[in-house]
Design a protein around this ligand. Structure first.
Ligand SMILES: Nc1nc2c(c(=O)[nH]1)N[C@H]1C(S)=C(S)[C@@H](COP(=O)(O)OP(=O)(O)OC[C@H]3O[C@@H](n4cnc5c(N)ncnc54)[C@H](O)[C@@H]3O)O[C@H]1N2
Ligand code: MOO
Length: 396
């Protein structure tokens, strides 16, 4: 039907251009958002012994309703000096190890003391082991805490630490160069001559990559000059894993990225995808670097960065599932039929329902402020009514 590559095929070919980087060992404090290279297993039981979940008194449930004689105290970080016998209680604090013999905690709010005599002031616990955290109740030694290829969240880092790790083997951080192309572009905030526009894509891509495990070079801008572009590409390829260009990817007389890539000794792997926006996307290699050429229209650059650039960076950084997950939600407005390209419609998900924006002009930046979802409309899709379920990618 057309020479346009399906999105999935293009994504697979892009990721196949280069293997993930070599992994490195890194302290937990620096591991946020990195991808772990191997399964992480607990090296210890957590808790390592039964502990108290509350400040109060460790008793034997069988001795309720008391009274008890207080025979000592035990704080977190110490070990009990003795066991608790019949009619005895031990003062205990949250996180402290339960003494032998005790099986239940009375919270201090439910008690009164007179010297070393402890009595209930309210109803006591109605079950044995109340406020006791069992040994290995969180996880047992040997349990798989984290799976290879997943991203380290603050919670995952906490679990790795509790499991006994101080550092982890994680995938490397790809070095990414952002190169915007176009004679009309001026750095954001600079005065504009007639015909010039601010280079919004450079800062947008840097912002999209900011939370990724990547080393991003300051965005560069090059004029629409094939020789200049070619020498910049050659230079960037020496010390980057990924070069992402924006603009100059289409068929115009000033669209030089493909030519410049060839002049630089690079190779084009694919060009033109069956998607809207983003049709002129191209990918290839120059030296050891992967070159991803995004279309210049701001929404096209945003959508193709979401579907190709972020997955490429995550793949190189060791992600086992680098592609954006696809979710489903009902439509809050009807959708017209699809055509020969798959659409990624800028949309807003509110209250669990998707509303595609009326304007889908890929040249606009304003819709990117509010868009938090990309509705996927398949090639040849039938029109959809309000309430029909649509696939979407979350983008904010
Ligand atoms: N005859 C045809 N013309 C076009 C086709 C086509 O198939 N046949 N495809 C259109 C589609 S679809 C897209 S998308 C654009 C993409 O073209 P380029 O990648 O070559 O992008 P440019 O022409 O350089 O720029 C397009 C547009 O975006 C603005 N731009 C570029 N870079 C930036 C930046 N860094 N920050 C902000 N804005 C930027 C640029 O000024 C243009 O307005 O081609 C269509 N044409
Ligand atoms: O593919 Mo272009 O990105 O439709 O505007």
């Amino acid at each position: 039907m057309s020479d346009l590559l399906p999105v999935e095929e293009a994504q697979a070919r892009l990721l196949a251009l280069r293997d993930p980087l070599t992994s490195e060992n890194i302290a937990l404090s620096y591991a946020l958002d990195r991808y772990i290279s191997e399964d992480v297993r607990a090296k210890r039981d957590q808790p390592a012994a039964p502990i108290s979940a509350m400040d109060g008194y460790a008793i034997r449930f069988a001795d309720l309703p008391g009274p008890w004689t207080i025979v000592g105290d035990i704080a977190a970080g110490t070990t009990p000096q003795r066991a608790v016998g019949a009619g005895e209680a031990m003062r205990i604090f949250t996180g402290a190890i339960l003494p032998d013999g005790a099986d239940t905690i009375l919270i201090q709010e439910d008690t009164t003391t007179d010297g070393n005599i402890l009595t209930l002031s309210r109803n006591g616990p109605d079950t044995c082991r109340r406020h006791v955290r069992a040994r290995s109740g969180d996880f047992a030694s040997g349990a798989r805490l984290l799976e290879a290829g997943t991203r380290l969240t603050p919670g995952a880092i906490a679990a790795a630490a509790m499991g006994g790790a101080g550092s982890l083997n994680v995938g490397g951080r790809p070095r990414v160069a952002i190169l915007t192309t176009g004679d009309e572009l001026v750095p954001p905030g600079h005065p504009l001559a007639p015909g010039q526009i601010p280079d919004s894509n450079g800062v947008m891509l840097a912002a999209m990559l900011a939370a990724e495990p990547a080393r991003i070079s300051m965005p560069l801008n090059a004029r629409d000059d094939r020789d200049l572009l070619s020498s910049i590409l050659k230079d960037l390829a020496c010390h980057h894993d990924v070069i992402v260009t924006v603009g100059g990817a289409s068929v115009g007389d000033h669209d030089h990225v493909r030519g410049a890539l060839e002049d630089a000794g690079g190779r084009i792997d694919f060009w033109k995808i069956a998607m809207r926006p983003g049709k002129p996307l191209l990918a290839g290699t120059v030296g050891d670097a992967v070159l991803l050429g995004l279309p210049g229209n701001p929404s096209s650059a945003f959508v193709t960065a979401t579907l190709f650039l972020l997955p490429l960076v995550r793949h190189l950084a060791g992600a086992s599932a680098p592609l954006p997950p696809i979710h489903q939600a009902p439509l809050a407005a009807p959708l017209a039929a699809g055509d020969s390209r798959r659409d990624y419609l800028r949309a807003r998900l509110v209250g669990g329902r998707l509303t595609p924006f009326v304007t889908q002009d890929s040249g606009q930046t304003f819709p990117l402020i509010a868009a938090n979802a990309l509705i996927i409309r398949e090639i040849g899709a039938q029109p959809r009514a309000v309430g029909d379920i649509a696939d979407y990618i979350a983008i904010a």
